[in-house]
Each structure stands twice: as structure tokens, then as C-alpha cells.
Design a protein. Structure first.
Length: 315
């Protein structure tokens, strides 16, 4: 069988760094993709092994490996957890650069523009990573720069931009999970938590209190507060929710300025609720520092006390 070859102009410089990875598994524990799929091949350490295998000639490049490399939300959890100090996402970025333009190039978690694009360029202006541009009459995505934050998905007026594989963080999946939860007895609140500011112990999609009783709230982890559309924040109320809490990063800490958008959305909706004689305290936004689970829990407890005192929105 003929071995397919590919030049590793950018990845080559990381060969010794790849050898530093001791496969300890700390990145495995923190990766949101791995938490959702439960596949070792989605873990950063597995991707590092694949890259080392290609550089050493033991693995041939493939669309499978490319898909794994292009599937990353750049949350930097793996980098922070790495006991060997390997700049994992930087390695992935250079590996992507080598794959782009080859027969193996894949979309992964990068954004894709559909055929209904009218070239309004809203996504180009909104992209915090300068990953989208207007070339030869069409909007294109730079798959090396794109970090899958989804800001472009939110701002597209034609809803023609998508991240094809959301790993449990896309709107359709989250909407379904929220609806399923609110159909349960005693369910009262949907808590949306940003993956960058809050780390889920169990899995990416959801987490809630498990004390033997039906929980009153559940935490749904999304990629960024900026990806939560106004309609997405209102829909839980249409499914009998008593309240909705949105958590995002502190000012200046958000990788994508999504916290600014999240606060803007919530402020707009709170004003609309007040105009309809609905207590705006049923919808709140809180800013949680990186990994501050205790602070987040305090905010949740306070919020639940508030909405319990308000009672159900629909008696």
C-alpha cells in the first residue's frame, strides 16, 4: 500500500515538544470534547500522539486525524492542566496549517458558511480572531485561525453559518436538553454556564445537584455566553421555567468578548420583561471568574432563593 506523504513545515518545530508529553491524562480530564464523546481519540494527549506518529513516520496523514485536529474549541483547559508545560493548542494550530489545502482538510469545529449567505459581512466584522474574510465575492473561513467560538453563528441574519459538530454545545442540542429537563417534576430553572469560566465535573452538556431528590435546576454548559441568542434565553419560560440564569466571564477575561454580548442580551430581555409586568429578576446574568465553582454555586443558591420567593411564572 502506498504511504501518503505530507509536508510538516509548521509542525516539525514541535517534534521535541511532542516528545515531552508524558500521556498523564490531565488534559483528558479537562477536555470538553472528550467529556461529551468519551472517546480517547478526542483527548488532547491522543491528538499529540497522532502528530508524533506522523512526524516519526509511524502514522500516515488522514482525514480522520485532520478531523480530530480541527475539532477544538481552544478553551485552553488542556494547556492549563498539562504537567509537562506543553503549549497544546499552539501545536494544534501549526498542525492545522499543514493540513489546510491538502486532501485531508476537514471542517471539525470550525464555522462553515452555507449557500444562503448574502455577504452582509456581519460575521467578518464580529469575528474576534480575524478568521473570516471576504474573498472573490464570498465569505471564507480561515480554518487555522477559527476557534469555534460561534460568534459568527449568532450574528448571521440568514442563519446560514454553522459549526457542523457542536459536541453537545450547539443550540439545537441545548434546547432539547433544556426542554427535557423542564418537563420533569420540580424543575424550575435553567442555568447556562460558559465553558471558559465554569468547569463541569461530569460532562459538557449538563450538570445538576444529585441528592436523591428531583433537582430544581440544571446547569447547561455552552461554549460562550455570547452564543446564547435572545430567543434561546426566553424559550425556557415557554416551557414553564421559573427563571433563567446566565453565567459568563468577567470583563476583560472573555476570549471572544462574548460576555459583553451576553450582558447586552440579558439587559434587553429584562427591560422587555419589566414592560410586560414580569419580574426581571427571573432572568439574570452573573460573571464568574475562571474556575470559581464556589462563587458560581453561591450565585446559583441566591438565584434559586429569589425565584422560589417569586413563585411560578405561570400559576
Amino acid at each position: 500500500m502506498e504511504i501518503k506523504t505530507m509536508e510538516f513545515k509548521n509542525l516539525e518545530k514541535w517534534k521535541s515538544t511532542l516528545d515531552n508529553c508524558i500521556r498523564c491524562g490531565y488534559c483528558y480530564e479537562h477536555c470538553p470534547l472528550t467529556k461529551f464523546t468519551r472517546w480517547e481519540s478526542d483527548a488532547p494527549r491522543a491528538k499529540m500522539s497522532m502528530l508524533f506518529g506522523m512526524l516519526s513516520g509511524e502514522l500516515e496523514p488522514s482525514s480522520y486525524i485532520a478531523e480530530k485536529l480541527f475539532s477544538c474549541f481552544y478553551c485552553q483547559r488542556c494547556v492549563a492542566a498539562c504537567s509537562s508545560g506543553v503549549p497544546i493548542t499552539e501545536v494544534f494550530t501549526d498542525a492545522r496549517a499543514d493540513f489546510v489545502g491538502t486532501e485531508f482538510e476537514m471542517p471539525g469545529t470550525t464555522s462553515v458558511t452555507g449557500p444562503n449567505c448574502v455577504a452582509c459581512l456581519a460575521c467578518v466584522r464580529a469575528c474576534p480572531h480575524e478568521a473570516r474574510s471576504f474573498e472573490n465575492g464570498v465569505v471564507v473561513t480561515d480554518k487555522v485561525k477559527c476557534q469555534g467560538c460561534g460568534i459568527c453563528v449568532d450574528v448571521c441574519p440568514r442563519q446560514t453559518i454553522e459549526i457542523k459538530t457542536g459536541y453537545g454545545t450547539d443550540r439545537k442540542y441545548l434546547d432539547n436538553e433544556v426542554t427535557r429537563f423542564l418537563a420533569k417534576d420540580n424543575a424550575k430553572a435553567a442555568i447556562f454556564a460558559c465553558n471558559w469560566s465554569y468547569y463541569p465535573d461530569l460532562q459538557t452538556a449538563e450538570e445538576g445537584p444529585f441528592d436523591g431528590e428531583a433537582p430544581e435546576y440544571k446547569i447547561f454548559v455552552n461554549l460562550c455566553g455570547g452564543r446564547l441568542e435572545k430567543t434561546q434565553l426566553i424559550e425556557p419560560f415557554l416551557n414553564s421555567a421559573w427563571g433563567v440564569l446566565v453565567a459568563c466571564c468577567p470583563d476583560g477575561d472573555c476570549e471572544h468578548d462574548g460576555n459583553v454580548k451576553a450582558k447586552s442580551h440579558v439587559a434587553y430581555l429584562r427591560a422587555a420583561m419589566e414592560a410586560m409586568d414580569i419580574s426581571p429578576d427571573r432572568l439574570k446574568v452573573v460573571q464568574i471568574a475562571h474556575g470559581d465553582k464556589a462563587g458560581f454555586q453561591t450565585e446559583i443558591d441566591t438565584f434559586m432563593e429569589d425565584i422560589n420567593s417569586l413563585g411560578p411564572l405561570i400559576p
